[in-house]
Design a protein around this ligand. Structure first.
Ligand code: NAG
Ligand code: NAG
Ligand code: NAG
Ligand code: NAG
Length: 577
């Protein structure tokens, strides 16, 4: 009864679940009338989720971020391949935001300002050794003035993000002559430093857009901007330093290469170009939590898409904290975003010159994109991102199957199994129940081969999984496909909603969540009913990530089919809406 988990459940669309439904696909067709009811339920569900998320956001600012199971924390920072023997990809978790013990603990207002928190979330795998995690340094985030300025600048900001027509014209000529013949034009830098995400506990990183005579020297980790007036967001020394990883996380930022943007009083004092590029640059880091599939998307691919996709391939990517295997793994996506081979910013010895560029990536929320005048002026949505991914990986399906269209064709359900924690103990039973209801069921564990697994997901109409990074694979589903998230015991609503539920809706997927009850978690064999995990799970959340990780995240679940079957039927219903 303390458990909202239970109360949540009864709120599920379609209600009650006690309706007796003929266990047949056929009945799905008969139920075409139901969608409206379900729709109402869904709306109610959304509101509920929204409220929950608003009110819990602060609380969740307590979590810390990192969580690497395969790699230990120091390994995380290094440019070494994952040590894991198991596919580290989607086996990982999303982890909630970190406690920012803000202001280095001096402040005391950390608690009131979760949105300033370092932020983080879904993190990595479990095995992590968090013990040695340094206390998160404070979140910086002054930058407001800058951000405001940028806002006033609306039009220019948008313009700056496109290769300027004028620069384009100039480029031909410049090619002959390295940038030595400096374009006299004033350089311009605009930075978005408004890390605060109102109502959400994660901050956003700084991103700077540059235009003019830009010279990138990887060797010096410096981007020179010929800027005679010295104006525009530089410090007294004419510099602006940033760590271009698309997640503002105090724990991992020290492991991200610091890039200096230097305001050069004249072209003569900037290094000479060894190569002139006719397209804009995008410089970013893949240090941090990448190689966790959730983070590969939230900290790199989605931000990269947001920052660069309007350039339609005419962009030069420069990657720092370069990991060859990572670049290889995502080559199809990188190729779709850029027509040019990636420059390894850690090793390149040249000086690359551009007329426009970005240092850092824009990001919105994890797997969520909303319109924004400067961050997302083109109003990209996650549906656009899905389309991009499908295009890059040649995934054929953009709609789920229409039931009854092809005789004998059964809707396909993919159940993602997990090898570590949060296993679905009675997976076979669930699969059998789904098959009995008419689904063509496949069970698979998400592996390191992204394109192959993506194809498997794209072939499905319904994706079912216990909460975990594997659910990130929903990005590969056909639009309007169905996601069923099984949420383990322990008040995991916020995570369930923000990491996967809201994203699913933003991708125009139909979304169902099943909250596991006390009887359905393996925790009942490990802890007495008087234990906090049953009495007051929220108290564990307040204790911080470690308690959560050691207790709540380490459960397996076994769903009660009497309760679960109606959700399978709803999945079927939703395919017909
Ligand atoms: C963590 O990683 C570092 C660097 O890769 C390594 O030296 C250290 O032995 C690792 N520690 C553990 C406990 O695996
Ligand atoms: C983006 O959406 C806003 C409203 O949210 C609208 O005012 C604006 O015109 C849109 N921009 C584009 C390029 O569609
Ligand atoms: C079931 O799905 C597999 C692919 O996952 C497909 O090859 C097979 O034809 C499907 N069977 C039916 C009856 O739909
Ligand atoms: C499964 O759920 C049903 C309906 O809530 C309940 O009556 C039954 O006791 C549950 N079974 C088990 C084993 O808990």
């Amino acid at each position: 009864m303390t458990s909202t988990a239970y109360s949540r459940q009864s709120k599920l669309p379609g209600g009650g679940g006690e309706r007796r439904l003929p266990p047949r696909l056929m009945r799905g067709l008969a139920s075409k009338i139901e969608p409206k009811k379900l729709g109402v339920g869904l709306i109610a569900g959304c509101c509920l989720a929204l409220l929950t998320y608003v009110s819990l956001a602060k609380l969740f600012a307590i979590y810390s971020p990192v969580f690497a199971s395969t790699a230990n924390t120091s390994a995380l920072m290094q440019n070494s391949p994952p040590t894991a023997s198991k596919p580290s990809v989607p086996e990982t978790e999303a982890i909630p935001p970190q406690e920012t013990l803000a202001g280095g603990g001096g402040g005391g207002n950390a608690v009131d300002l979760p949105e300033a928190a370092g932020s983080e979330e879904p993190g990595l795998p479990e095995a992590v050794t968090r013990k040695d995690m340094p206390v998160a340094a404070d979140s910086d985030e002054p930058g407001l003035p800058e951000a405001l300025r940028r806002k006033d600048d609306g039009e220019n900001a948008a313009a700056a993000s496109e290769p300027k027509p004028s620069s384009k014209e100039g480029e031909g000529e410049q090619k002959q002559n390295g940038g030595a013949a400096a374009a006299a034009g004033e350089g311009k830098m605009t930075c978005d430093e408004n890390g605060v995400d109102e109502g959400f506990p994660y901050a956003r990183p700084t991103v700077c857009e540059l235009s003019g005579d830009i010279r990138v020297s990887p060797k010096q980790k410096t981007v020179y901007l010929v800027n005679p007036s010295g104006a525009g967001g530089f410090d007294e020394g004419g510099e602006k330093r940033l760590r271009p990883y698309a997640r503002k996380d105090d724990f991992l930022l020290p492991g991200v290469t610091e890039v200096t943007v230097k305001s050069s009083p004249s072209a003569a004092v900037a290094p000479e170009c060894t190569k002139q590029h006719a397209v804009p640059a995008v410089l970013f880091s893949i240090a941090g939590y990448t190689d966790n599939f959730f983070h590969d998307m939230t900290d790199a691919m989605v931000p990269l898409f947001l920052t660069a996709s309007h350039l339609k391939g005419e962009v030069q990517l420069l990657i720092t904290n370069y990991k060859p295997w990572w670049v290889q793994k995502y080559t199809p996506l990188l190729r779709k975003l850029s027509n040019y081979p990636v420059i390894n910013f850690d090793e390149d010895a040249g000086v690359h010159c551009f007329r426009a560029g970005f240092v850092g990536l824009y990001r919105d929320r994890d797997l969520i994109l909303s319109p924004h005048p400067t961050r997302n002026p083109r109003n990209y949505t996650m549906v656009d991102f899905n389309r991009f991914v499908r295009g890059a990986l040649a995934l054929p399906r953009d709609r789920p199957s229409v039931l009854g269209e092809e005789p004998g064709m059964r809707p396909r359900m993919l159940i993602i199994s997990r090898a570590g924690t949060r296993k679905l103990l009675n997976l076979d039973e669930v699969a059998a129940a789904a098959a009995e209801l008419g689904f063509n069921v496949t069970v698979a564990e998400a592996g390191a081969d992204v394109p192959a697994f993506a194809a498997q997901v794209n072939a499905a109409d319904v994706l079912l999984a216990v909460h975990g990074a594997g659910l990130t694979n929903q990005i590969f589903l056909p639009t309007r496909g169905v996601v069923v998230q099984i949420v383990p015991w322990g008040k995991m609503d916020w995570m369930a909603t923000n990491f996967y539920g809201r994203p699913a809706r933003g991708m125009q997927l139909r979304y169902l969540e099943y909250y596991v009850g006390e009887e359905e978690t393996s925790l009942k064999d490990k802890y007495p009913r008087e234990h906090t995990v049953f009495r007051d799970p929220m108290a564990l959340h307040k204790q911080g990530w470690q308690a959560l990780a050691e207790i709540v995240m380490k459960q397996d679940v076994s769903v009660n089919l009497t309760r679960f079957r109606p959700f399978l039927l709803q999945a079927l219903d939703k395919l017909q809406e």
